[in-house]
Structure formats: structure tokens, C-alpha cells
Design a protein around this ligand. Sequence first.
Ligand code: NDP
Length: 362
Amino acid sequence: NKQVVLRDYVSGFPKESDMDIVEGTIELKVPEGSNDVLLKNLYLSCDPYMVALMRDIGGVEGFQNYTPGSPLTGFGVSKVIESGHPNYKKGDLVWGFTKWEEFSLVSPTLLFKIERTDVPLSYYTGILGMPGMTAYPGFFELGTPKKGENVFVSAASGAIGQLVGQFAKLTGCYVIGSAGSKEKNKLGFDETFNYKEESDLDATLKRYFPEGIDIYFENVGGKTLDAVLLNMRVHGRIPVCGMVSQYNLTQPEGPKRHVSTVTRPHLGLRHGTIDDLTHLASAPTISPSAIAPAGNRTRDLALILISKRHVSTVTRPHLDLRHGTIDDLAHLASAPTNGPAALVGLYSGRNVGKQVLVVARD
Ligand code: NDP
């Protein structure tokens, strides 16, 4: 039973050498009287939040942190090979929370049965799995898009960004994406740009959005967020999905400044600048309230966190693709690869599309 285990707690950027591939032992049997299920893991999902679980900080957002010497945990697609639970039987296909190893004995609390098998099973790590359940409510429920609105999405070629961009196109929005290389910029949006080649992101956004941005789907934070805040329209919305550019920094850059201001919406700071507000910075948390930082277009901007509530949409595996079909979206899936390299590659942009680790195909 090959496993990918954490070697030791990580600080800063994760490296391949922070993980070991070891031969673990597991009895391929559900213990007598247990409700657990024994899984053969097929596809494992590489997700940016996983680095937070590698740190010695006691877990995040309801996920426990990893233990050195034990396999990583995460979302995946698996086949039940033995079940102690009445709702599962041998041969069932499931997606949900499992471990980074070939076979896992898990409690089925966070598993969902796969009913539709007429699509590649790896889609249940992407559009039909956690990223789909995040992108869909994030864009439609929090972004509340309308036809003709101006949408900007960062990390646009990634698991979440590609879906948001496609949802926006299907809604009839004008969509610009940013991604970190030329080949990542073939996304079928209206335009895309490589943020690494732009020396002045504010000017870049003004070029693409002379009338400003209605919805910014936030995946990266940092400099991109700084520039976006100067280009939002009145009543603009920013669903904050994540800020991957900040996860491995010991001193987070922009978001702390901006984000912390939203924790004090009662101040009614409608016309100040970010620097005026910096001294108010405290907890780096986001509340679903209105803020008004710098720039003449940013009044009444709402910054909205895609929070646990939306993460828990993984419990609603009925993704209703009112605006398109799975096939419209699935072609953007990334080529599968191997474990530690696949995971750390997320933080340097090595992945194109959803990063999936293939353990077995059936
Ligand atoms: P991706 O598939 O987009 O992979 C991460 C991408 O982020 C990389 O490919 C890279 O693309 C980009 N990136 C990495 N480092 C930086 C950086 N320093 N600056 C700018 N871009 C960077 O990941 P996901 O689509 O799975 O996740 C996107 C965001 O959504 C993340 O912030 C993640 O934490 C968040 N998320 C939130 C969830 C929630 O429930 N709220 C659930 C799932 C994801 P490039 O080459 O373009 O730089």
C-alpha cells in the first residue's frame, strides 16, 4: 500500500522533499463490527488549501492538519472494495475525503456515491467535485452575475478559475482571465493576459475594463487584488474564493491590509484610501460586508468570502448546470501526473487546469 506521507511540518513554500513515498501497511479488511469502508483510491485531487494542513497550526476550516509520518488526506475518487456500512457495497464508486495512498480504510461520513459514470471519473475531482461545488455557488450565488456584466477571474486556467470563466461566458458576461503563462491563456474567454508580463496591473485592468469590473472572482490575492480594488465599479462584487499568492508567505502582502478593513464596516469609510486605513488592520478575516477603499470607482464595493458555508456545498452533489453542459467545461482538465511534485507544482503554477493524481484507473 504505497502512501504519500508528510515528512515533517512545513514552513514557507512546500517542497517535494517535504513528503516521502513509503510502503505502508494496511490490512485489506474492514474490522469486525466497524462502519468503515475500505477503498481503492483511483484519483486524488491536488488542492491549494493542502499546504495549510502541512503546517503545525492545528488545522484550518474544519480540516485537521497532517501528522508527520502519516499519509496526506484530501478529496479523491475511489472504489469500495469492502464495506461495513449499510449504505455502501463492494463495487460502489464514491468521491469525497480519502487519504493519499493506494487503499484506505475510512469512515464514509464525507463520501458521496457516484451515480453518473458516463463521464470520466476524474471529473469528480473537478467540475463534479469540490471545485465545481465551490465555483458554482461562488459565482452564481455570491457573484450574482447578469448578462453583459464585466467579469475578471484570476488563476483563470486553474480548477476553479476555468469553471468560473466558463460559467461567466455562458451567462453572457464579458470575461477576462489572468494566468501565469502563454499556454494557460487559451481559455475561450474574451481575453486573457499573463500577469507575470504586466508591469502595471492597474493599467492593464484599465485597458481591459475601461468602465470597470462588476465581478472579480478572487483566487490569488496580493498584487492582483490591490489592482482590482482600484478598478471595481459601484455595486461590484468580489467573491473571495482564495488567495493562493499569500499561502506560503511569512509576511502576507496586500490582503491583510485590504481584508482587515472589511472587519470594520461600521466605520463607513467610503472615501478614504487604503493607507488611511492600514492602521486599523487587525484580524485577517473577511466579513460579508461592504467596504470602500481607494479609487473613485470603489464605493459600495462588496467583498464576500466564500466561506465554510460554501465549502459545505460539497454536501450538495447535485451540481445543476443550468448554464451549460459538463462537456462544455471538461476539455480544460489537466493532464494527470505524480504525487508530491503534482502538489507542490500548484504553488509555482506548474499545473494547467485541474491537477489530478492518478493512482489507478479502475
Ligand atoms: P489552481 O488549479 O488554480 O492552482 C493554483 C494556481 O494558482 C496555479 O496554477 C497558479 O497559476 C496560481 N498561483 C500560484 N501561485 C501564485 C501566485 N503567487 N500568484 C498568482 N497566482 C498564483 O487551484 P484551484 O483552482 O484549486 O484554487 C484556486 C483558488 O481557489 C485558491 O486560492 C484556492 O485556495 C481557492 N479554493 C477555495 C475553495 C473554497 O472552498 N473557498 C475551494 C477550492 C479552492 P498561474 O500559473 O496562473 O499563476
